[in-house]
Design a protein around this ligand. Structure first.
Ligand SMILES: *Cc1c(COP(=O)(O)O)cnc(C)c1O
Length: 377
């Protein structure tokens, strides 16, 4: 079974905790080396397996040293330089002209999405998701006292414009989440769906594009001009290989960005984070240079897992869903016993029997594949 950190339920029961938080479980992917989980190969949280190069590390250290010299001062509250760099990056990637008023940044896209729930959700409002999808979306809704409603994706985990519009008309959500490529399924949602949802909803539409750099599909950024209530969130945690720095961002209309400024904490993005993110963006070519290698390993995993007789859901992300297993928890444990940590998502809605694994280096991927062959032999 997945190792869980001790929740200290007895202690929580004695606290004047919000009623709606009682009995809830914190987000908890097991972390290797912590909570009793030891694995040589960690393929469970969709990280990029390639650490920064020595040159990038040197540039990071130099920039952080400069920032450290003024740490007695608060950082740029508006993160203007970083947002300009992000605008330039996203414009170059998508061909859509973007500027600072249309860009927002925070500590991981999770913080961006939390700010979206704070600004546009809240008591008496609901957020809508299409499950199975990213498990943090309902948790962020819960934390901001936003109601959560969900509809199921099709059997093959796709989502049609007609079904999405029906759901929006049924629930009248203040916030709609569309994740593409979707986590944990890897499936892509077409821009026709985004377009139709934006037309149908009175609320805001968040397209969570955490894995966009791995996908061939076009970005929803190309629809921003048409839809003032469309928000596209991105992260430096995945393709950019910068999960430890905690940098996420969003592109939207200037009015949406102004709304997020109402709820963000003052100086939420530290001077060290801003400096590190700018250095990483200056090394975009090197960092995104790993994307093709990661995709090649992903495609090798798809081929070999299928050759072994299992099912793999078509994926455009850096991970894949494979199965289905009678007892996924036992497969998860057997892989861990062989030093490979994958993600047991099988308890999630519509995910019975499935496990998720992300692409690693060629050596890591090979270790996973041989462990899987052993386990399923
Ligand atoms: C990993 C992931 C994120 C990224 O979160 P960060 O806070 O930026 O690290 C966001 N959305 C989805 C769907 C993800 O899988």
């Amino acid at each position: 079974m997945p190792t869980r950190t001790d929740r200290g339920e007895a202690d929580l029961a004695s606290l004047p905790l919000r009623e709606d938080l009682r009995g809830r479980t914190p987000y908890g992917a097991p972390q290797s080396g912590r909570a009793g989980v030891g694995a040589a190969v960690q393929l469970n949280v969709n990280e990029n397996p390639y650490p920064p190069s020595p040159e990038l590390v040197a540039d990071l250290v130099a920039a952080v040293a400069v920032a450290a010299g003024t740490l007695n001062r608060y950082p740029d509250r508006e993160a203007l330089d970083l947002r300009a760099d992000l605008a330039a990056y996203l414009s170059a990637r998508t061909g859509v002209a973007l500027d600072v008023p249309r860009l927002w940044a925070a500590n991981g896209s999770n913080e961006v999405l939390q700010q979206v729930c704070q600004a546009f959700g809240g008591p008496g409002r609901v957020a809508l998701g299409f499950e199975p999808s990213y498990s943090m979306h309902p948790l962020l809704a819960a934390g901001t006292n936003t109601g959560w409603v969900s509809e199921r994706r099709a059997e093959d985990f796709t989502l049609s414009a007609a079904d999405a519009v029906t759901a929006v008309e049924r629930h009248r959500p203040a916030v709609t989440f569309l994740t593409t490529p979707n986590n944990p399924t890897g499936t892509v949602t077409g821009l026709d769906v985004v377009d139709a949802v934006c037309e149908a909803t009175p609320g805001v539409v968040v397209v969570d594009e955490a894995y966009a750099e791995f996908a061939a599909a076009p970005s929803a950024v190309t629809l921003l001009e048409r839809h003032p209530r469309l928000l596209v969130s991105r992260t430096m945690s995945k393709a950019f290989a910068l999960a430890g720095a905690r940098v996420g961002y969003l592109a939207a209309s200037p009015a949406v960005v102004d709304a997020l400024r109402l709820v963000r904490l003052p100086y939420h993005l530290s001077a060290l984070t801003q400096a590190a993110a700018r250095v990483a963006l200056a090394h975009t070519e090197e960092l995104l240079g790993t994307v093709e290698a990661v995709k090649a390993e992903r495609d090798r995993m798809v081929r070999e897992i299928r050759a072994g007789g299992l099912t793999v859901v078509p994926t455009e992300a850096n991970f894949l869903l494979f199965g289905r297993f009678e007892r996924p928890a036992e497969i998860w444990q057997a892989l861990l016993d062989r030093g490979v940590l994958v993600r047991d998502v099988s308890a999630g809605p519509g995910l019975a029997g499935w496990l998720r694994v992300n692409a690693g280096t060629p050596a890591e991927t090979s270790l996973f594949l041989s462990a899987l062959r052993e386990v399923t032999a």
